[in-house]
Ligand binder design. Sequence first.
Ligand code: CMP
Length: 386
Amino acid sequence: MSRSARASAFSILENDGIPSRLRRGCDALFTLAIFAWLAEGVFRTVPTLGRDVLGTFGWLELSIAVLFASEWALRVWIAPEQYHEGAMTATNARRLYLFSPLGLLDAAIPIVYFFGDRTLGLGGAMIEIVELLAVFKLTRYFPGLDLVFSVLRTEIRPLGAALAAMLTLLLLASSVMYYLERDAQPDMFASIPASMWWGIVTIATVGYGDMAPVTPFGRLATGVVMLIGIALFALPAGILANGFAVELKRRDFLVTWRLVAKLPIFADLDAAVIASIARLLQPRAMPKDSVVIRKGEPAHGMYFVLSGELEVHVPNRTVRLGQGSYFGEMALLSDQPRSATVVANVDCELLELGSAEFKRVCAEYPLLKERVEAEAARRAAASAKP
Ligand code: CMP
């Protein structure tokens, strides 16, 4: 099949940032299927329901397993679309998906469902556990879930340092308590490892009360450990909050990068060049019938069309601009007021490049400037025609 069919399938299955009804429908279908699959797996463990009652939903389980198997095959096919053209061969892109954690899970669930029992000889518990792992498939549809894993991965070092500090406190506190309490409560604080239970419960400020100090010094030490425990527990929370903020910013940028890479004017540029331009662009949502540019007004930037359609009112006619095109460059190049009025025909998503940023891009990438100048000259000539 052609590359454009693959690109369309990609934009339906994967979020490429361009809003689409088909993708929303597809996301809803998969989310529902995963929830139904998980509900079946969870309720199967309720003895009063058991396999007999749920057996009546066998057709649903089978349909979802077929859906998951087809999804896996589709994702293998569209994997090359994930990367900028030329950045990676199709085989490597597919290998990357096949051996990614989600790729392995996408394959494992239908394999275990269809072949786990007889062909692979897996036990019932093993099959059920693999099937319940479908919860991780939700990370595709609930970005928050995936975010948690990314943040844990990127913040592993500071989190490790916080954990090391907690372990040090645990060892010190438990050892001190062992020496302070062992004579008064030899059964409870029988050893340092036994005292560590008290340490964990106290540092975590849970306080079950099953092990409590009775000596004055033991109580004093407990008070100190509680206060330090609160401070140490706040540390990972702070690290995670910062990690979330950084990760969200990075993702926003990645979405913009993908969108910019898709615009024809930038499509053949280096990934690094696209990245530096993407940093300069601001998303703008324009509702239907709004005036984006008014003839005669001073220019503050130019626009790239991510989705929607706009009309340029030039003398005696209107010119339509669709997804992938740009406008507002003429006034920036000539330092003149706007040459025409541009109105959104439908709800539009645009990326704006401010005038200062436009000048920077022109100075740094003369090839782009030439392209924009050539197009502006063509447009000016077309507008001048009677
Ligand atoms: P600018 O003059 O900054 O603001 C109005 C914009 O409309 C202009 O830049 C061009 O981007 C766009 N425009 C003007 N004339 C035409 C045309 N003939 N075809 C397409 N776009 C045009």
